[in-house]
Each structure stands twice: as structure tokens, then as C-alpha cells.
Ligand binder design. Sequence first.
Ligand code: NAD
Length: 465
Amino acid sequence: MTSTATTRTFVVEDPATLDLVAEVEDHGPEGAVHAVDAAAAALGAWGRTAPRHRSEVLARAHTLMLRDRDELASLIARENGKSLADAAAEVTYAAEFFRWFAEEAVRPGGEYGEAPAGGVRTLVTHRPVGVAALVTPWNFPAAMATRKIAPALAAGCTVVLKPAAETPLTAIAVARLLTEAGVPEGVVNLVPTTDAAGVVGAWLADGRVRKISFTGSTAVGRLLLGQAASRVVNASMELGGNAPVVVAADADIEAAVAGAMVAKFRNGGQACTAANRLYVHADVAEQFVARFGAEVEKLTVGPAHNGAAIGPLITAAARDRVERVVETAVGEGARISHRAALPDAPGHFYPPTVLVDVPADAAILKEEIFGPVAPVVTWTDEAELLELVNDTEYGLAAYVFSGDLGHAIRLGEAIEAGMVGINRGLVSDPSAPFGGVKQSGLGREGAKDGLREFQETQYLSIDWP
Ligand code: NAD
């Protein structure tokens, strides 16, 4: 891990207790350029290492991350606020990207073929794209980092990484593990900062940076795509979502409730794949809401280290925003049917809430809630349902519950989303291509596709006299 010295610092706060967790060096554009100096200097040697070597380093990183799972989970819970169960699941998921890309590192791909006219041979290879700039959000501080670092290193790239200012400590811990796993100096360079625009702007203006891989909001993604355009920087974007959950009349209601609980409340609803709107068939709506509401009321809210299932929102501003979104929905005719209890604690808590009688055109159905609120809309006509479901600029995840698999697949294929969970509330899997359509993003992470995002294709057209 490389980072340059600075005298400025910023504070990381526990959003559940408002305690100070740590002070971290606050780098500016100058630190950003120094990080690129280190990444550019290390690129040639790292890119020339044998794929097997890179694979073994990543495999060690996987082992070390699991060795430190409890410690890392505790750190994630402290700086992000999510429950210890969610944090431990994140560490396992995050580590899995090291294992998956350790396995993919030795399969960089390539082809040898003959041109249709005969004679000339075509030799296709996939080469590292170069120094890659990685920018990650606070909601999965470990997994969003490893989902980018692992394929980049597998491909032979070196990286500069800017973690979110709310949660830099997990990224720092992951970078330390990578050093222990054998990643050489200069290959992974961390730049914690409160000046995101200054640091990332410096990278996008630097001719040595050939790749930007961003996970965050669609608004910031648009901004970075604009900046990347000026030098035609290769861009991968994992952006916001507005995931629908569709419960059909023929669904197994217990399975639908269990799936909707995971899709909605994992990470307290602060996930890009989080269920944002629940469309339940009118024939089963009453039964579904009664069972789902009962589960929501059982959720314990509070600091992770007290064993709570749901933590706080990341900041006071995020909490106030969720409160406003719910107030607006109630003003538009929605009704709070079920709600969990709030803890007697100082953090940014918002109670898990179910909203019913939500008008189909309510504002809450159009924007990312990013909190533990589940608006339920009832439907009867499938064509109208699909129009509502697809009436959004987003297209990341969706969930469909139906006891008839053919019906579920037909619905899934009609929904404009990069990922559809069928009879389950979780789609993330390192072996599957994670990503969105429409304004939810460009490119894919995980699977073979994730490696390709950090490679460029070259072919040699070969003749021999
Ligand atoms: P955000 O866009 O505010 O921040 C994401 C990252 O971008 C952070 O590191 C932040 O510091 C940085 N950033 C902010 N402004 C910037 C600027 N002007 N220039 C350069 N960098 C800047 O998003 P967030 O609030 O941290 O995260 C929540 C968002 O991320 C949600 O919209 C969520 O859906 C999305 N998200 C998407 C995925 C996915 O895989 N598609 C995964 C997790 C989160």
C-alpha cells in the first residue's frame, strides 16, 4: 500500500453512537498525483508477472481476509453502522472476489484464428488497460473495493483507490492485507480524502490514468463520465437503482416475505440493489402485508455492537432525507401500516417502516429511498404492472416471486434490469455479471466480464512471406 504523507486529517464517526472512530490523513490533488506516480512506476513490473503469480497473491488475500473476518466485520460495523451479521456477510462476499479473480487471473483469454480469405492469421490477446482509478461508496466499504481491486490486479493493472470519506478505514485494512499477501509497493495506492472532486478530477486529467471504475450515485457517475470523455478514458460505472419487487398471485407468500425482507432490509436498505418498491398482486396483498409487516415489526434497531439487526443511516442528512421522503408519501395518500421500534440511542436511526395505499405515481416510487422503508403498491393487470415497473431511468436489480417458474421468467425477461432475482431477495454473486442497464451503469463487475473491464483487446494480424 502506498499513500503520501499529509498533515491534514479528517474524522471518521460511528453513525450509531456518534463516537469518534479514527482520524485519517486527508489528501488533496497533490497526493492524488503522487499515487499515480507510484502506480505508473509499478505498472510495468506487475503487468509482466506471470498470471499464476498474480493468482497466488490474490488467493492469499482471500485467505487472509477470512482469517480477519471478525475484526474486519467489527470495523465495517463501526464506520458504516450496519449490523454485525451484515458486516460479516460483506467480508465473506468481499473476500470471494479475491478467490474468484485468483481463479480468473490464469484465464486471461485469447484466440488464434485464420482470416476468412485464408493465409493471414489473427492472434488476439487481452492486455492490462494500465493504471486504473477506482472510486467506491460507503455502503459496502469492503466489497466495493475488492470487486474492483481483484480484477484489476488479476489483469495486471495497478490502481489508485479513493474510498468514501465516511468509511476509509475498511479500505485501509484491505490494503494492508494485500501488502501481507505479497502485493508489491506501488500496485495498490490508497488516497483517502474529503476532496473527492479534487482527487478524482486530478486522476481523470492525468494522461497516465487509462481507466475509471466508479461505484456510487448516478448523479456523480454522469459527472465523471463527462470528465472521462475529455481524454476518452475507459469507464465502468456501477450506479444507482430503483429495484421493484413483484409478487404474483401464484407466489409462495412465505418465500416472498422472506425474499422481500432480505431485498429491503439487508444493510438497512442502503444498497444499490435494495428493494425500493413492492408491487403485490391484489389477491394476495392483504396476506402479504400482514406477514411482511409482522416481520418488520420484529426487527431490532440499534448499534451493531449491541446485536441489533438494523443499524443507523450513514449520516444525519441521510436520515432527514428518508424522513422527508416518507412525509411526502404520506402527504400523497400513503399510510404507515407497520413500523419497528426506535432505540434510545444517539445515532442516525430511522425505524423500518411499511407504507400501504401508495399511489402508483407517488414520488417515493421514483427515487432511491436508500433507507429501511418499504412502499407497497397493489396490481391486477400485468401489462400495466410492467409499464409501472419499467417507468424509471434506473435498471439495476429487480425481484420476482411466483410459484410458476415459467411465469417468473417471463416477468423477469420483461423487466428492464441488469439483474433479476427469481424467488430470492439477493442477486449479488462474484461469479455472475453484476451491473445495470439504462442509467444504472455501464459495464459489469464479477464473472469473466469483470476481468475484461480491466483489459484491452489487441490483435496481431500475421503474414509470413
Ligand atoms: P456518491 O456518488 O455520493 O459517492 C460515491 C463515491 O464518489 C464516494 O467515494 C464519493 O466520495 C465520490 N464522489 C462524490 N462526489 C464526487 C465528485 N464530484 N467527483 C468525484 N468523486 C465523487 O454515492 P454514495 O452516497 O457514496 O453511495 C450511494 C450510491 O451508490 C447510491 O446511489 C447507490 O445506489 C450507489 N451504489 C451503486 C452500486 C452498484 O454496484 N451499482 C453499489 C453500491 C452503491
